[in-house]
Ligand binder design. Sequence first.
Ligand code: BG6
Length: 464
Amino acid sequence: MLHKKLVKFDNDFLWGASTSAYQVEGANLVDGKGPSCQDVKEVPEGTSDLTVCADHYHHFKEDILLMKELGLKAYRFSFCWARIMPDGHHVNQEGLEFYDQIIQLCLENDIEPIPTLYHFEMPQALVDEFGGWKSRKCIDAFVEYAKICFQKWQGTIKHWVTINEQLIAMAASDLNGNHENDKVLQTKNMYQMSYHASLAEKKVMKLLKEIDVNAKIGVVNAVQNVYPYSSSPEDVLAAMDAEELMMYMLLDMSVKGSYSFRVKSILKNMDCYPVQEKGDDEILKSSKPDFIGINYYSSICVKENKEHRINYQLPPFFRSSMFEVCPNEHLKKTKWMSNGIDPLGIRSIIYKIYNRYALPIIITENGMAYSDVLENNRVHDTYRIEYLSAHIKEVLRAKEEGYPVFGYCPWSFIDVVSSHQGFSKRYGLVYVNRTDQDIMDCKRYKKDSFYWYKEIIERNGENI
Ligand code: BG6
């Protein structure tokens, strides 16, 4: 089909960039911050721990000035719950103060701060006390924490994010304390925890409207654009089920307040349907997000699980007797982008999500990992420019067709500790001078992608 521009491009598009607290801040046990579940996880030998990260805690002023130079219209970051509430119950004023400084400095520089309440971490005290999300007590603790944030920044924050990638947050045991040797029980726990997180999310979305009627709140999903390995009906059904279970399950809950019929039947069959209590349905129907945040790095490919046996070696959400994740032969892969690079996938996922939910969309993460090398104070990351450019083109194309996409945030603004592979896997537009084992000076260097993105923002995406 020939492409025709259907809408005029607006000037209030949020050209942004993302980070998360535990990956960027460092200072993990200072100024009253308590340990989070991230701080107690085992770090593989030779990989960076979280004591320093990009040392944003001590460099945030310099970093926000770099954001200003880049021309960012929005900065998506996260609050560390354990910095704000070290024991999960009492407020640490210094923690609130730290985030207030970030927010105020962003605003002074015309950058909209978009905070996420929960990005892969919670106070370890709550895991020790009642098992974290395994217990319904976690719902109340999360609502209390959200209330403190909503009240503190009432009238200041325009867009809030509840939970980043519930899929991964609940599936990876080291991100939530679901340490269970019995893999069957671990899987069951995960669905129960996910259900509790969904209830908490609903309560928090409702609460925001009571505290700050003008503020908007959204959910961020690790979208799974799933392709069938072949056109065999078995592979096609496997792909449908994979998408239901890994993407629509969570989004249906966030938007519609219930799982789809197919998800219900799969979970019951797996004996993983969560325990519900009287009154839950009312909570689940009590609110819905104002927008959907999409984190997209690549698509995935699945085929029929011929043995109909669950592979418990995989992270819980990828465990299924109905499908098996497999390589997509059509996509170019790199060391760190092992599922392949698929720019068209980001456009098709916008179509799918808007068709099903009809809510405004923001791309909250999209990025290219590479073991960048600093040479003569420069990083020539042409591979990243190619990746980002190809993806932005597809996003803008969807926008030109009229899909309400209101922002785009590459992951990450600056190099951060990757979720599982430390500092050798980098995504930033700004290079941080350190390695996994040597903290060096953490000096900032603008990569080629920084200068390139600056131009894209200046041109508002025209002729990319
Ligand atoms: C997303 C997360 O899943 O992907 C980020 O929201 C994460 O926290 C990013 O860093 C990239 O993943 P990784 O594992 O390469 O760091």
